[in-house]
Structure formats: C-alpha cells, structure tokens
Design a protein around this ligand. Sequence first.
Ligand SMILES: [Fe+2]
Ligand SMILES: [Fe+2]
Length: 231
Amino acid sequence: MTGSPLNFRPAAVYKWFNASSTHRYPKEKNAVDKPNVRSKSESKAKSSSRPFLTDVQTLRERARKNIASGGVTFTYRGDVHKTVDILQAVLATEIVCVLRYTMHAVAASGISSEGVRAEFAQHAKEEQGHMMSVAERINQLGGTPNFNPTGLASRAASEYGVAGDLVDMIKENLIAERIAVDHYRELIRYFGDSDPGTRIMLEGILVVEEEHANDMHDLLVAHEGRPMLPS
Ligand SMILES: [Fe+2]
Ligand SMILES: [Fe+2]
C-alpha cells in the first residue's frame, strides 16, 4: 500500500486521477454512445485492435494467473493502492459517525428526547453497517482496514460533534451527514468506470446518508418550529 491514510488529501487524488486516467473513459464512452458514427472498416479495425468482449479461453487463462490478487483482476482499471487509501478515510468517517450517534443516543435528554434518541440509535446502527461494508471492501482489495483509534479524527471527513443540548446534537448530525453526502458524491464521480464495485458500494451508502440528512433536517424543523431551507 502506498501512502498513509493520515495523509489522504482528496484534491491531490483528483489531480493524480486527471493526470493519469482520463484517456480511457472518454474513448469507451464515445464507443458506446455513438455506435453508428464509424464506417464499417473503422469499426472492424477498432474491434480487431481492442475487442469489447474477451474470448472465453483468454478469460480462463487470465483467471488462473495471479490468483493471490483475489477480486482485483486484469480488467480492474483503478489504482488499487489509491482506492484502499481513499477507503481508509471513508472507514474513519463511518467509525466517527457510529461514535457520534451512539454518544448522542445515550446523552440526549430533556422533554421529547425519547423519539430523537431512538432516531440517533437507529442511525448509529446503520452507520455501523456502512463501516462494515467499507472494511470488507478494503479487505477485498487486499488492504487491512484501519480501525486504529489513534489519529481516527484526523483521518475522517466528518467530526465527532460534541453538543450540549438536543437541538445542537441534531445540528451536529445534520452537518456531519451533509459532509458525508458531499464527500461520497465526489468519490462516486471519481471512481466512475474505473472501479464499479467500490462505486456501487458508495452509491448505496450515499442513499442512506441522504436519508439521514433528511431525518435530521425534519427533527430540526420539529424542534425549532420552522423550515431550515428557503421555500
Ligand atoms: Fe454512513
Ligand atoms: Fe449517516
């Protein structure tokens, strides 16, 4: 594995991606979007130099080579070391979310806190599911999930979010969810076609994070008595 998850910087990753990988995707995209643009001879030349589907014999031969790489096969287009580094940061984000919601579920007090506590507890459970999915994906890619509490807060995109009262807790959770939503949307675009497995996992998590943000927004409206977004 290259680099340390402690040094994960999204901007640097995007710079690396733009500099090294953009030559593949646009060509593939054009090939799919405009199948009738090329002449027959062009299509024949293209298909002979780069077949869309690999023949079965080649697939079988490739599969028997480098079996220690597990699911990272010949057609994996990403940089597996970069992917693991990115997922270590996502893992840290999810662990922090588990801790924050769990702390809030226990510490929330006051009138009408019972329903909010239940919501926090439910979210903590779902964040734990995300945490496990990301850890499993890191393992599939040949990495070791980093659960080390040392440096956890600096590896995560979201914050632990200590809050004094119920409304502040809801706000901290809403802010954390909004950070996660933005972060995961960018990562989904980043992975694109280079690592569909990681992208689809993040897409599933993103949908739940958006629900979480909406839940926190609804709770905030219920407790503040006014909509938080302009109508
Ligand atoms: Fe999550
Ligand atoms: Fe969430």
